[in-house]
Design a protein around this ligand. Structure first.
Ligand code: BV8
Ligand code: ZN
Length: 237
């Protein structure tokens, strides 16, 4: 057993599934019957911005109707416990980690609760739908509002920083992600190559990536236990 104090956690949609938000690749997921390239790619946005906006308006309205679950709360507790450093990187665009009290959340794929001006890049908060006539508060132009979300083909937000912090961690935990999307899916390899212990906590066991430990199950069951093991130095690594 070992006490880990310098931790990086990467989450995916699986951690929000029990809050009622769909994942992408499970049955009934967001990509079932939808071609991601048509609603979540840079090319799709250039071709038909309002088709892309509609897709994320639907996602934003769903995300505003759900609450964080025990897994989100457990991670917030780990982050707030004296003596532990836990850097949270999420691929999720919902704000359930924030609502669970996480003091730091790095959204490498953006956030539904923010919109960006396609003209000047100004980012501001948004609650309801993005509509075509919304004027940018900075450059005042209309018809250029888009979700502040990283589409396929776009550059993840602050990824160099995520790599830098992952390189220095002792423990890397991947929660509720299929590891299908790059470069996020590479973070476990960065941690492994830097000598960290790597943990995959997921509903299904993944063959991808260099994981030392696999914990299979629903996030609300396995994550509170995992956090307790980390806090009490009982993680069997
Ligand atoms: C980039 C937007 C250059 C917001 C997302 C060919 C090969 C390799 C790579 C590529 C390629 N062709 C193109 C690429 C690059 C591409 C990519 O990786 N494509 C994939 C599909 C092959 N990547 C990009 O375009 C990225 N940009 O590469 O730019 C660059 C690179 C480096 C540095 C600078 C520039 C941009 C990627 C971002 C795309 N935007 N989302 C949104 O809609 O949310 S991706 C989207 O899918 C998510 O954000 C997330 O990142 C990704 C994966 O989703 P998951 O969260 O893992 O969800 P999934 O359904 O897949 O899995 C859920 C898991 O949870 C399952 O395993 C399930 O078992 C588990 N689960 C379910 N329930 C529970 C559970 N676990 C626990 N408890 C439960 N209850
Ligand atoms: Zn603007």
């Amino acid at each position: 057993m070992k006490l880990f104090r310098n931790i990086v956690v990467l989450t995916g949609t699986g951690i929000s599934a029990e809050s009622g938000l769909p994942t992408f690749r499970d049955s009934g997921g967001l990509w079932e019957g939808v071609n991601p390239e048509e609603v979540a790619s840079a090319a799709a946005y250039e071709l038909d911005p309002w088709h892309v906006n509609d897709f994320f308006n639907m996602r934003r309205s769903a995300a505003q109707r759900v609450n964080p679950n025990a897994a989100h709360f457990a991670l917030a507790k780990l982050q707030k416990t004296q003596g532990f450093s836990c850097y949270l990187v999420t691929q999720n665009i919902d704000d359930l980690h924030e609502h669970a009290g996480s003091p730091q959340v790095h959204h490498i794929h953006g956030e539904l609760s923010k919109r960006r001006c396609h003209g000047c890049g100004h980012v501001c908060d948004i609650r309801g739908d993005i509509d075509p006539d919304t004027a940018c508060p900075s450059c005042r132009c209309t018809g250029m509002a888009r979700p502040h979300v990283v589409l396929f083909g776009e550059i993840p937000i602050g990824f160099d920083k995520a790599i830098e912090i992952t390189r220095q961690c002792e423990l890397f935990i991947s929660i509720g992600t299929s590891g299908s999307v790059y470069p996020a899916a590479n973070l476990v390899n960065v941690a492994y190559d830097a000598g960290a212990t790597t943990v995959c906590a997921n509903l299904e066991i993944l063959s991808a990536g260099m994981f030392d430990i696999h914990i299979e199950g629903q996030a609300t069951q396995i994550i509170p236990n995992l956090v307790e093991e980390i806090l009490t130095g009982r993680l069997n690594a």
